[in-house]
Design a protein around this ligand. Structure first.
Ligand SMILES: [Zn+2]
Length: 424
């Protein structure tokens, strides 16, 4: 790991996190906030200065760039992605990053919130970072290492590769994406412009992480049409759709209802949203599980509950529609495990133990994989994300750069990938 990478990573992260790029779940545009577009313009200018080619920022706020190949033969086309937005809802005001140089193992304090403490006893990963340079926020906000660490890592990698043409790699595509935190950005990616056979997102946590197991997901829409009568006229004839909705939710198996309640990563049926009134209402559910057969069972359970409530109230009209969303990334990767195997090999070559924790969610990479571009998720080193305690070690970020340098060289010598599956 070079000290030069550490200095550059630190400088980039400190600069990037101070630029607000919070995404906004209530917006109907992509990007959801103009600030993300402004940040992308800055990255575009920096990439051009570094010598990247085909730098292109599109109307949806996706920034694409190329690092020209340093080999003469054809190799699989590799893309590396990071998201530029940060999650809303953790404090207000500007992010004021702080560097805890040569960390000594003591509790870390936050000047803007005296009650906040980052304790090695509670965050044991800190104990193994003695001597590292740790970056945190100042107490009032999150740090924004999720996803600015990924951005800083890719920019530093680009700088390194563009100044080391002796390192063999095929054409590398970089892509900086908006609105990952609100789940809407990736739908607007331009796959033709991405032009990749395989990709990695830089959005993982602990050093050594290479994640390729994600939830399979379906959407369920339950529409209930009741019978409305003007108040005071037909108490007998009133069939309140909201009452029936309540009954459906109450009949859901308890164990499947509370994804936020359990510490373990298990499947669920989650009521996301209710729309409507006593006459007609619609319930929107997310169904999630690692295993497709269990996911299908959740759909059947919900449909059976709707049918039972329908039977108990024939005057209402209840429909239940299940729409497939995305499937566990592992299913596609099993056809050709090299995207995982090369990453594990690159991680091991640096003396790091690889970790593959299942991701209890649907990542941008899972959606790209479903579109035919296998995209596992690699570590950035970020810790305690989405909280004011968020922290990252500069040296851990440098390990991510070192892994990527190893990884691009492995792909330079790789045979073509198996042709992509049909969109899953
Ligand atoms: Zn992220």
């Amino acid at each position: 790991m070079s000290a030069r990478h550490c200095a550059e990573l630190e400088a980039r992260l400190l600069r990037y996190v101070q630029i607000d790029t919070t995404s906004d779940v209530t917006a109907s545009t992509t990007p959801s906030t103009a600030a993300q577009l402004e940040f992308q313009k800055l990255l575009a200018a920096e990439l051009t200065t570094l010598g990247a080619t085909e730098v292109h920022l599109d109307a949806h706020g996706f920034l694409y760039a190329s690092l020209p190949p340093t080999i003469s033969h054809t190799a699989p086309r590799l893309a590396l992605l990071a998201h530029v937005d940060t999650v809303a809802g953790v404090g207000d005001g500007p992010i004021k990053p702080r560097v805890h140089r040569n960390y000594d193992g003591a509790p870390i304090l936050f000047p803007d919130d005296p009650l906040l403490l980052l304790l090695p006893e509670i965050h044991p990963a800190l104990r193994t970072r003695l001597g590292h340079d740790i970056i945190t926020a100042s107490g009032g906000t999150l740090l924004g290492a999720d996803g600015k660490a990924g951005v800083a890592i890719l920019m530093t990698l680009a700088h390194h590769l563009l100044t080391h043409p002796d390192l063999p790699h095929g054409e590398l595509r970089l892509c900086f994406t908006p609105d990952e935190e609100i789940g809407t950005g990736i739908h607007h990616i331009d796959l033709a412009r991405l032009a990749a056979d395989v990709a990695y997102t830089l959005d993982g946590g602990e050093v050594g992480e290479i994640a390729y197991e994600t939830f399979s997901g379906d959407r369920a829409t339950v529409t209930i049409a009741g019978v409305t009568e003007r108040a005071g006229r037909g108490k007998e004839r009133l069939v309140n759709a909201l009452t029936l909705a309540e009954r459906i939710v109450a009949l859901l198996p308890n164990v499947l209802q509370q994804p936020e309640g359990g510490a373990v990563c298990e499947g669920y049926i989650h009521l996301d949203r209710v729309e409507g009134a006593a006459g007609v209402c619609t319930l929107h559910f997310s169904l999630r599980d690692f295993e497709d057969d269990r996911l299908a069972q959740y759909g059947r359970t919900l449909a059976a509950i709707c049918a039972a409530v329908q039977q108990s109230e024939p005057r209402a009209r209840i429909t239940c529609t299940i729409t497939p969303e995305v499937r566990n990334m592992r299913h596609r990767l099993q056809q050709d495990m090299r995207p995982v195997a090369y990453a594990i090999d690159a991680i091991r070559s640096l003396g790091i133990a690889p970790l593959s924790p299942p991701v209890c969610g649907i990542t941008d990479g899972a959606q790209l994989t479903a579109l035919g571009v296998p995209t596992p998720n690699l570590f950035t080193g970020m810790q305690a994300i989405h909280s004011p305690l968020e922290w990252i070690s500069v040296q851990d970020m440098a390990l991510a750069v070192a892994v990527l340098i190893e990884l691009v060289q492995r792909w330079a010598a790789a045979a073509p990938l198996a042709s992509p599956c049909q969109p899953c």
